[in-house]
Design a protein around this ligand. Structure first.
Ligand code: ES4
Ligand code: ZN
Length: 324
């Protein structure tokens, strides 16, 4: 089964590039940029990765990315992930990036996107991994800052497939970003957003995402099972869910494997992804292995999960068909 999972052609649709920053690269970038880290070694850094909630994770995640300063830093970050993805037979990836986590520290938007873009082009040519970028807004910042970021992205529109919404969900409902999402849609971006596991008001956030924002898919979203009308809406609209089993155990309790099973049985287009693999110790292969172990998934069911991923990918039909 391990070999089957390793060999399965995969699409990864929920991956924060800043969450792929491994301790080794963090040390390398800190040295390159003349920065001190509060840890003496890679082991010490990993040992400090203790979080049991979304806010406690986000503190370490934002602190860690301060070593990212220059265009080559962003290139190296993305290239390291894409090399790892190629090793795991990921053929296609949609990669989230958080521009405001960098512009808020004085790193220009164009430095971030040019570094990432160059890595995507090189990975396509050299590794045979296709990838696209999804720009996420930080929901714990003001909507006006998200709107300014959206406008700043417009010269690079051809390099960005869509927009997402991440960071701390508490008190930051989808509705807060209604105008930003409306403008993003007008500009031709596809729309997704996080409705993280077991947060306050997650179910209401899923409802707003579907009914008020009109998203094209939902990141996480497993709590949708708590309202059958939402299950119906997701089925009716054919919305996909990007689930992240190992991540779920860090922001709440357990992988939510039974919920994922139920969604699969209901015919919801569920996918398995890694979220922040450097922090949650597991890339997409390990996430598939973990879910398979919990649910005793068959080879056919694992293949179905990857078929779902290519089906809900933000690619034109002929490109999806080439993978299916
Ligand atoms: C995230 Cl797990 C998670 N939830 C919300 N926002 C995020 N950004 C990076 N990882
Ligand atoms: Zn995420």
């Amino acid at each position: 089964m391990r070999d089957f999972i390793a060999g399965l052609p995969k699409a990864e649709l929920h991956l924060h590039i800043e969450g792929t920053l491994e301790p080794e690269l963090k040390f390398e970038l800190a040295a390159r940029n003349g920065l001190e880290l509060p840890y003496a070694s890679v082991e010490e850094m990993r040992a400090a990765y203790t979080f049991d909630s979304l806010p406690s994770f986000l503190r370490i995640y934002y602190e860690g990315m301060r070593v990212l300063r220059t265009e080559p830093d962003f290139y190296d970050l993305a290239m390291a992930y894409l090399s790892k993805a190629a090793e795991q037979n990921v053929r296609y990836a949609e990669i989230f990036f958080d521009p405001q986590a960098h512009t808020s520290r004085g790193v220009p938007f164009d430095v971030v996107i040019r570094g990432l873009r160059r890595a995507l082009l090189d990975a396509d040519a050299r590794l045979g991994v296709r990838a696209q970028l999804i720009m996420c807004f930080l929901r714990d910042f003001q909507a006006e800052y998200a709107m300014a970021t959206l406008l700043e992205s417009l010269p690079y529109k051809e390099w960005i497939a869509g927009v997402g919404l991440d960071s701390d969900e508490k008190g930051n409902p989808p509705r807060k970003f209604a105008a930003v999402y409306e403008r993003a849609r007008q500009e031709g971006y596809l729309l997704t957003m996080h409705c993280d596991i077991d947060q306050d008001d997650t179910v209401e956030h899923i409802r707003q995402a579907i009914e008020e924002i009109g998203v094209d898919r939902i990141d996480h979203g497993v709590n949708l099972l708590e309202d059958l009308r939402l299950v119906e809406a997701v089925l009716e609209r054919g919305l996909g869910l990007t689930c992240c089993p190992i991540s779920n155990g860090y922001v709440s309790e357990g992988m939510k494997a039974e919920g994922i099973r139920k969604l699969m049985d209901l015919g919801v287009r569920v996918t398995v992804n890694s979220d922040d693999p450097a922090y949650f110790s597991g890339y997409v292969r390990e996430n598939l292995e973990a879910l398979q172990g919990a649910l005793q998934l068959t080879r056919e069911e694992l293949a179905d999960l990857e078929r779902n991923a290519f089906e809900i990918a933000w690619l034109p039909r002929h490109l999806k068909d080439a993978y299916l």
